[in-house]
Design a protein around this ligand. Structure first.
Ligand SMILES: Cc1cc2nc3c(=O)[nH]c(=O)nc-3n(C[C@H](O)[C@H](O)[C@H](O)COP(=O)(O)OP(=O)(O)OC[C@H]3O[C@@H](n4cnc5c(N)ncnc54)[C@H](O)[C@@H]3O)c2cc1C
Length: 148
């Protein structure tokens, strides 16, 4: 579980129930567009793979329905692929993050500046704040140069 020990402890204190070795299979609805639950399946640890890590495998027939009214999908962080398909002229790298100049935070698209996780990938607040400050200066320089 990629979280700090105290984060796990605090989550449990706040009433979060961890469903370990459980995988969601599908969302269930009432047929009118409202969520009613998630069908899940129990997993068990199989044989170790080449890296030595035991991979979870499904326990056949262990499906069960978890009643829900809200689901928040939080399975890792990555760039939204919509960025590439909706914004022509904005260069992204092979992971889908926006390419920006390290000093001015300028992107390949005129008048567009970027910084933070969408440029570096998942990082830290302090790095995002630094990029914000550089971008502010970059935008100021761009506007005062009048080349827009
Ligand atoms: C679980 C977790 C724990 C973390 N813990 C730490 C920590 O302890 N310390 C630390 O330094 N960093 C931590 N981080 C990392 C930190 O949160 C990020 O590096 C930082 O928030 C990046 O800032 P950002 O401004 O680039 O992006 P974000 O904070 O992600 O801000 C992007 C904003 O853009 C909005 N947005 C997205 N799409 C659109 C759109 N189309 N139109 C308008 N708005 C849009 C989003 O809603 C969001 O508000 C953690 C991250 C996670 C996920």
């Amino acid at each position: 579980m990629p979280a700090r020990l105290e984060e796990v402890k605090h989550a449990k204190q706040e009433g979060i129930e961890f469903q370990v070795l459980t995988a969601p299979v599908e969302f269930l609805s009432d047929g009118k567009g409202w969520l009613t639950g998630a069908r899940c399946i129990k997993m068990e640890l199989g044989e170790p793979d080449a890296s030595g890590r035991r991979r979870p495998v499904e326990i056949k027939g262990s499906e069960f329905d978890l009643p829900l009214s809200v689901a928040v999908i939080a399975i890792g962080t990555s760039a939204n692929p919509i960025v590439q398909s909706t914004t022509p002229g904005l260069n992204t790298n092979k992971k889908g993050y926006i390419e920006a100049d390290a000093t001015s935070q300028r992107t390949s698209r005129k008048g567009v500046f970027a910084g933070g996780d969408i440029v570096t990938g998942s990082a830290t607040v302090i790095l995002a704040m630094g990029a914000g400050r550089r971008a502010a200066k970059g935008i100021h320089d761009y506007l005062t140069a009048g080349d827009w």
